[in-house]
Write a protein of this length. Sequence first.
Length: 92
Amino acid sequence: MIGGEVARAALRLASLLVLLSGVTVLFQDRSSAEFVVGIMALVVSVLFLALVLMLMRLSSPRLPPPQRDNIGSKDYNEPDPQQGDRIRRRST
C-alpha cells in the first residue's frame, strides 16, 4: 500500500506538522482566531499522522505463525529415567 521511503517521508512530515501546530497553539491567546486555526491544524495533523501510521501498519509484512515443537518439552532439572539416579560428571 505504501512504500518504505514514502512512508518514512510521510511519517516525518506528519510528526513535524503535529509538533509545529502543537507548539504554536501553546503560545496563542485562547480568545483569538489564531488559536482556533491552530487547534484545527493540530487536529488535521494528528489525523494525518494516524492515517500514515495505519497505512504503514497495514502494508508491513505479516509475521509467520508461531511454530510448535513436536518433540515436547523436556524438563532438564528432573533426573533422566534412562540414566537412573546417577550423576554424570564431566572429565576435564
